[in-house]
Design a protein around this ligand. Structure first.
Ligand code: SF4
Ligand code: SF4
Length: 57
């Protein structure tokens, strides 16, 4: 199941993108976004987010 970023919680701090080993996370219009085609669901980004915006759907 893919990891997704809740745009309402994301503050666009960029911390998740820095730790993603696949470089699957990029800055979007209103929040950072995860490309589901690249994400391997490793889970590394989840604990990096200070506002708990990333979850596995
Ligand atoms: S779950 Fe892993 S591969 Fe997917 S976006 Fe997070 S850090 Fe990157
Ligand atoms: S770490 Fe959390 S708040 Fe920061 S850019 Fe990623 S999803 Fe948004």
């Amino acid at each position: 199941m893919p990891h997704v970023i809740d745009a309402d919680r994301c503050t666009s701090c960029g911390a998740c993108a820095e730790v993603c080993p696949e470089e699957a996370i990029s800055e979007g219009t209103d929040s950072y976004v995860i490309d589901p085609e690249i994400c391997t669901d490793c889970g590394t980004c989840v604990s990096e987010c200070p506002v708990d915006a990333i979850s596995q759907q």
